[in-house]
Design a protein around this ligand. Structure first.
Ligand code: AMP
Ligand code: MG
Length: 410
């Protein structure tokens, strides 16, 4: 029997070669998708002052305790406080200030009465500050005031190291007044596709040729995981062309070189020969499907992963092996979001850890999984039709309809 390495062991051997990159101070405005290199703490209370959550009047609750439609309470208006203004007057007995949403609550006031609870309800015809208003409903202390520090208090931790910044995170950093933030330097990956059969979209397809789909799939995946990709293009199946495409690899200062195809036992598979001229290689048969052949090593001191040529194998191997490398370079915890679905059909496997293309639907109670078509490693359409990959553990050869299966979204 062939000796197959488990997915887990292969990943472990690979990850030992990588460590977190240096940190880099970046403008917050350029930090979407970047990863924090250290914990970040609040430097401001938010809100940073008590402010009104409604357009209305800042009042003393005691004054309007018994206010009703029948017995409205008249309050004298002493100031107009718009958002962005600092109040100058203190509210005293039977006084109020007009206040807008987001404006600071003046000293002396302990609540805001929304404009709807007063006789001053038509803001279009009553723009002028009235001398007095009638309040016809009571409120409680603190009503319609957003207190200082309600959202976060100075000194509290906002984010932990390893957090990948999303749009709302950038907004929060901006709300805290951060202009720059310490992030992990983005990993840089050089990507080389190979094959005499490959043509570029836009070219006329000659007999025997196919369009290159791996380059765009792998490049997009790597970028979505947070790496920058240097596309080295397509190498033809000969030693010279492969060497030429890799000639400047050292001066590019990449963290990883990734190739697709050309590493199996075919007569025209030359990548291994090139790598071995100035590096080292481990060839593994990994106990997974698709993506059994995996190559890992070093070329001119640059870590190297040789992905299989078949597009679905290359895709799955990128998720299973290269995403964890990028996470490690970024200092991110590996987050595996596994869900469970019920099989709508019987599934057969050959006992390798299998990643099957499936469409997951939801029937009010459970996720349900059905395969999206032929599972051959060259069939990208069944990957296009899939919204998830089912994981069939190593050693399992069949699962009946109705059985539970783990999956992750793609
Ligand atoms: P190889 O590993 O070179 O034997 O390639 C395995 C299979 O993957 C062959 O059918 C190739 O034509 C196909 N293949 C290799 N590279 C690409 C690519 N960039 N885009 C699409 N298919 C590819
Ligand atoms: Mg080939």
């Amino acid at each position: 029997m062939e000796k197959l390495l488990s997915v887990e062991s292969a990943r472990k051997i690979i990850l030992e070669k990588f460590q977190i990159k240096d940190s880099l101070l970046l403008p917050v405005s350029e930090s979407l998708g970047r990863v924090l290199s250290r914990d970040v703490y609040a430097i401001l209370d938010l809100p940073s002052f008590n402010n009104s959550s409604m357009d209305g009047f800042a009042v003393i609750v005691e004054n309007i305790r018994n206010a009703s439609n029948e017995k409205p309470v008249e309050l004298m208006i002493i100031e107009d406080i718009a958002a962005g203004m600092a109040p100058k007057q203190t509210i005293n007995n039977l006084q109020a200030s007009r206040i807008m949403t987001g404006a600071p609550v003046p000293a002396g006031a302990d609540a805001v009465v929304p404009v709807e609870f007063t006789n001053f309800s038509d803001r279009y015809y009553q723009k002028e500050l009235p001398a007095s208003i009638l309040v016809n409903r009571s409120v409680s202390i603190g009503d319609y005031i957003r207190p200082q520090g309600q959202d976060i208090q100075k000194g509290e931790r906002i984010f932990s190291q390893g957090h990948q910044l999303r749009p709302q995170d950038l907004g929060f950093l901006a709300a805290q007044g951060f202009k720059k933030i310490e992030t992990v330097t983005q990993p840089v990956i050089a990507l080389l596709s190979s094959g005499d059969e490959l043509a570029q979209p836009g070219e006329v397809l000659q007999p025997g040729k196919i369009y290159d789909s791996n380059t765009i799939i792998i490049k997009s995946l790597l970028e979505s995981f947070g790496a920058t990709v240097i596309n080295l293009g397509i190498a033809r199946d000969n030693l010279e062309d492969i060497k030429n495409k890799l000639i400047n690899i050292q001066s590019m200062h990449v963290d990883l070189l990734v190739s697709t195809a050309g590493v199996s036992v075919g007569v025209y598979d030359f990548i291994r020969d090139v790598i071995l001229e100035d590096g080292s290689l481990s060839f593994w048969k990994v106990n997974m499907r698709p993506g059994k052949p995996l190559t890992f090593g070093e070329y001119k001191k640059v870590p190297f992963v040789g992905l299989p040529g078949n597009p679905v194998s290359a895709y799955v191997s990128t998720l299973v092996f290269i995403k964890p490398i990028i996470n490690q370079l970024l200092g991110m915890q590996e987050k595996i979001n596994l869900n469970t679905a019920i099989l709508e059909e019987e599934i057969r496997s050959d006992g390798r850890e299998s990643y099957l293309r499936a469409e997951i639907s939801f029937d009010q109670t459970n996720y349900k999984a059905k395969l999206t078509g032929h599972q051959g490693s060259g069939n990208i359409f069944s990957l296009v039709c899939a919204n998830a990959l089912l994981i069939i553990p190593a050693g399992v050869k069949s699962l009946p309809e109705g059985n539970k299966v783990n999956f992750f979204w793609i």
